[in-house]
Design a protein around this ligand. Structure first.
Ligand code: MG
Length: 380
């Protein structure tokens, strides 16, 4: 028994050594020499960081070239789990709010990270909101746990790595020449996500169809105002090889009846994005949308995301996993549960120029899990 434990621990540490780089000394000093009995306590540290975007990111109301993130480490018995909070400004979190939240999280009170379920219930109770900050702790704990037992998370959850989806690559609204060029640059991807809802939808799709016949999905970001026009467009989009429509109309409560009508009549599945954030939001969407887009930074992490998936599946709804611009840490974490989804939009790490992790890769357009324990990242 002890031999087996030591073996598992050592395997975790050997794999861990590759990740932690400069922290290797701390790793061997803390973990391997103590054997299986430990009085170790978890220690959470965090560091603000700004992601530099390769291209200016434009949404309806603003443009930006950076995304603030908080990089989190949870150390236990010489092993380090990595987490990240990615905080696009429109979600209301910042370096300041995340620092305040994370300073309040007292993991020392728990005997070990193996009490993951209890710990994450506690983390959720520390303060309301702060979902990206909560996700950073959730991700780091999952990474830590995987490293301690020496297995990738997807294996711990019994998921088939060959069932990962292709990730879509987003084409923003732009002039036809720019759109054509972006589609050519997206050659490695098997499915393109097209932003619609600015009044030139048919022009956007026709421009893309002039250069590629790849499957498309569209994200309207609540842009369609009239349900009859929306229905007409979904029929046209289906003829154009579109596979689903994300957030076609307003997320507002008053618009739910129109949205339910559209879903009932639409030839394409409708996916809620802005209309939901956490697990509490899923149940009311039954019958209103065909599926949900889950993002770790919106819902609070992997534990919440898995609950949302289970709930959505129990209601026979589609499941998509999306992301913010983030390092390979948050993207690799989301990738671990991607064998469970219908569609993935996990290109957030490909849009930045200063990643601090190497992690799960997109190979031939498909999310491709690796065999590293935990979330599958190496710190650069
Ligand atoms: Mg969206």
């Amino acid at each position: 028994m002890n031999n087996r434990r030591d073996f598992i621990k050592k395997s975790g540490l050997i794999a861990g050594a590759a990740f932690v780089g400069g922290s290797l000394n701390a790793c061997s000093a803390g973990g391997s020499k103590k054997g299986h009995q430990t009085n170790a306590k978890m220690k959470l540290t965090f560091k603000p960081y700004d992601l530099q975007l390769k291209h200016t990111f434009t949404i309806a109301s603003s443009s930006r070239t950076t995304t603030p993130v908080m990089l989190v480490e949870i150390e236990y018995d010489g092993v380090i789990g990595y987490g990240e909070a990615a905080m696009p400004p429109y979600l209301g979190e910042s370096h300041e709010t995340a620092a305040k939240f994370l300073s309040m999280v007292k993991l020392e009170q728990f005997a070990s990270p193996y009490l993951l379920e209890d710990i994450l219930v506690y983390v959720d109770s520390v303060m309301p909101g702060n979902y990206a900050a909560k996700a950073s702790v959730d991700i780091a704990l999952h990474d830590l746990l995987g490293k301690l037992v020496g297995q990738p998370l997807h294996k711990m959850w019994g998921l088939d790595a060959s069932k990962t989806p292709s990730t879509s690559f987003t084409i923003g609204i732009d002039e036809p020449d720019v759109v054509r060029q972006k589609v050519e640059e997206a050659a490695p991807y098997n499915i393109l996500k097209v932003k619609l809802g600015r009044g030139n939808d048919k022009e956007m799709i026709s421009t893309i169809r002039s250069v590629t016949d790849k499957p498309l999905c569209v994200d309207v970001n609540q842009g369609w105002k009239d349900k009859h026009e929306a229905l007409e467009l979904t029929h046209w989009l289906k003829e154009q090889g579109v596979v689903f429509v994300e957030q076609p109309m307003s997320k507002a409560k008053e618009a739910m009846d129109d949205m339910a009508w559209l879903t009932e009549n639409s030839p394409l599945p409708t996916i809620a994005d802005e209309a939901l954030q956490t697990v509490d939001d899923v149940l009311p969407l039954k019958g209103v949308y065909s599926g949900i887009n889950i993002k770790l930074m919106k819902c609070g992490g992997l534990r919440a995301a898995r609950k949302m998936m289970t709930l959505a599946r129990a209601m026979d709804m589609k499941v998509m996993i999306g992301c913010m611009t983030a390092t390979s840490c948050a993207i690799s974490a989301a990738s671990q549960i991607s064998p469970l989804v219908d569609w993935a939009d996990l290109d957030g790490n490909l849009l930045i120029s200063n990643d601090v992790f190497e992690g799960v890769k997109v190979i031939d357009g498909k999310v491709t899990l690796n065999e590293h324990p935990g979330i599958g990242v190496v710190k650069l």
